[in-house]
Design a protein around this ligand. Structure first.
Ligand code: UN1
Length: 505
């Protein structure tokens, strides 16, 4: 049997085991491929159109929003159970379709399980405040009510977890969801939708509370422009967000944007270099540099830069690159040829700017040979300063290194990029760490100490500032984005005192 036949038939088996129909070997629908070998996995089925999905979601919302939140939580509990049961199958499918190594494919499903656990608890904690009023015999409070139909637009790099962060909160909040996944990762979406349908069935919910719309750009645009969609939660490039935000704003809808990152680590003289090297390698190389939280810039004190770069080069030299399905691999493929073009162009530009590629940057053969799958050696590039290429997000494993002498300058360089997602400092000096976390430190939504910028837990709010889009998903009080707040004032007296001391008649 050829490798091609193996991956396509493995995908069919996995889909069946997850309760979904296998893809068609021949069909009218578009073909979809695996980045592991570049081979076709099959042809996609036709799903409901965006407009019809929104119609069904809007109708379902009227009923679903009246179901008590702790009862809504039952769907999420069932989903969490199903994900536990099917973790290895779904994780493997993520590896086949998105090219993540085994451990990261499983980790992504674990993130889904974690947010389900969070969501079940949250379903009993959707609380509003009681606020002191200035009027006697009055009570003022706020309540959080379901918002409406939520469109979830996801990217290829976290093809299932990002859906779950949004959908779990939306379901608990009493919203209904229409999902438009990346064109590059429809198969995992089909599998997850089958699990979500089964979860609803097990919870006794006979409403289309979650739906899947497969399609190209037009499908996403239809959701963005539909006035019945109350919230558009979109993960992807800044370019995409720049188009989505004004269109949704034009109809006074809400957006939750998770766009590009250009995440950095400042490495201080006191840093524990053993830990720093491990933290940097995981963040810069994990998922082949294709996380929005991937580490792209190291801003290193001049006294430790040479040693750190030598140690990074040594660590990079031993990285196993190859099929993400091989449990020993640490670096899987880039998603497609376009990703390689951007990777190579960024390296050329860095060299033209005076950068020196210390290690990596070459294209290598993967399991599909030179014909299929895009594999590269992760690169470390020493730059003379933070030039334009460093200020751009290139979705691949390139780590740029610049040096600093003064921490204030390092923080200025750190913040001098258009994006503001995640950040980190490696130091054992309390003053340096606290300064980085302070208002005059990192300007990102996520700031870490002695941890790289990637691999956030679901319990915290996830998202960033500036061109990252300002949205927050996942933990903490991110659920509020999926609900509408009402402020209620109740007069239980027999007088009618007016606010601000106004007298009227
Ligand atoms: C993304 O890359 O779109 O913090 C999300 C992380 C993951 C999520 C990344 N928990 O790296």
């Amino acid at each position: 049997m050829t490798a091609t036949a193996t991956l396509a038939s493995r995908t069919a088996d996995l889909l069946r085991s997850l309760g979904a129909a296998p893809l068609e070997a021949d069909g009218d629908g578009p073909a979809t491929r695996s980045p592991v070998t570049g081979e076709t996995l099959g042809h996609l089925p036709t799903t409901v159109s965006a407009a019809d999905a929104v119609t069904a979601a809007a109708a379902a919302f009227t009923e679903w929003s009246s179901v008590p939140a702790p009862v809504r939580g039952a769907v999420v509990r069932e989903l969490g159970e199903l994900l536990r049961e099917h973790k290895s199958a779904l994780g493997e499918l993520v590896s086949i379709e998105a090219g993540k190594i085994v451990s990261e494919g499983l980790g992504e499903v674990q993130e889904m399980i974690d947010i389900c656990d969070f969501g079940v608890g949250l379903s009993r904690q959707l609380h509003g405040a009681t606020i002191a009023t200035e009027r006697p015999g009055h009570r003022m409070m706020e309540q959080w009510h379901p918002l409406g139909v939520v469109a979830v637009i996801t990217a290829f790099n976290f093809p299932v977890a990002v859906w779950s962060w949004n959908t779990v909160l939306a379901l608990v909040a009493g919203d209904t969801v229409v999902w438009k996944p990346s064109e590059k990762t429809p198969v995992t979406a089909i599998a997850v939708q089958a699990l979500a349908d089964e979860a609803a069935r097990r919870a006794g919910v006979d409403l289309p509370v979650t739906q899947l719309v497969l399609g190209e750009r037009e499908a996403g645009e239809a959701l963005v422009d539909d006035p019945r969609v109350a919230l558009v939660s979109a993960t992807g490039s800044t370019r995409m967000g720049r188009e989505v935000a004004p269109r949704v704003a034009a109809r006074f809808g809400r957006v939750l944007l998770e766009l590009g990152g250009n995440n950095a680590a400042i490495v201080c003289p006191s840093a524990d270099l053993d830990l720093t090297v491990r933290g940097i390698v995981f963040s810069a190389v994990g998922t082949a540099g294709q996380r929005c939280t991937s580490l792209r810039r190291a801003i290193v004190h001049e006294s430790v830069a040479d040693e750190l770069v030598d140690r990074l080069a040594a660590a990079y030299a031993t990285l196993p690159i190859g099929s993400p399905l091989d449990p020993d691999t640490l670096v899987g493929p880039l998603i497609d040829e376009d990703a390689y073009t951007a990777f190579a162009a960024a390296l050329d530009e860095a060299r033209a700017d005076g950068g020196v590629v210390v290690t990596g940057g070459e294209r290598v053969d993967g399991p599909g040979g030179s014909a299929g799958g895009v594999y590269v050696r992760p690169a470390v590039v020493r730059m003379p300063s933070q030039t334009a290429v460093m200020r751009r997000e290139t979705f691949g494993p390139i780590l740029y290194v610049v040096t600093y002498t003064d921490l204030g300058d390092a923080i200025a360089v750190h913040n001098d990029v258009p994006q503001g997602l995640s950040s980190s400092i490696f130091t054992t000096n309390l003053r340096e760490a606290e300064r980085f976390l302070s208002p005059s430190g990192s300007d990102c939504g996520i700031a870490n100490v002695n941890i790289g910028p990637s691999g956030a837990e679901i319990g915290g709010a996830f998202g960033g500032e500036k061109e990252t889009g300002g949205g927050r998903e996942s933990g903490s009080d991110a659920w509020k984005a999926y609900m509408r707040r009402t402020t209620n004032t109740v007069n239980y007296s027999s007088e009618l005192p007016l606010a601000q001391g106004v007298t009227f008649g």
